[in-house]
Design a protein. Structure first.
Length: 79
């Protein structure tokens, strides 16, 4: 499983739009758009599919915006 950060999203982009775009690279387990922040996380079923999606989607345009796509970093503790 690979968790992918997708940035520079248009406010028009939906979960379904991202799911469809990333599904061409493999099985999408989950899509979570962070509303009002312009980014999302896409969880791919395998590391291989996830890396293919990162390589294939980096710089692609969805709803008029060029995407920033890379492997999501683990959430930091904010203590």
């Amino acid at each position: 499983m690979k968790n992918i950060y997708v940035g520079n999203l248009s406010s028009r982009t939906t979960d379904d739009t991202l799911r469809t775009a990333f599904a061409s690279f493999g099985n999408v387990n989950a899509v979570s758009i962070i509303t009002g922040r312009g980014f999302a996380f896409v969880e791919m079923a395998s590391d291989t599919e996830g890396q293919a999606a990162i390589d294939g989607m980096k710089g692609k345009t969805i709803d008029g915006n060029a995407l920033t796509v890379n492997e999501a970093r683990p959430k930091r503790d904010r203590h």
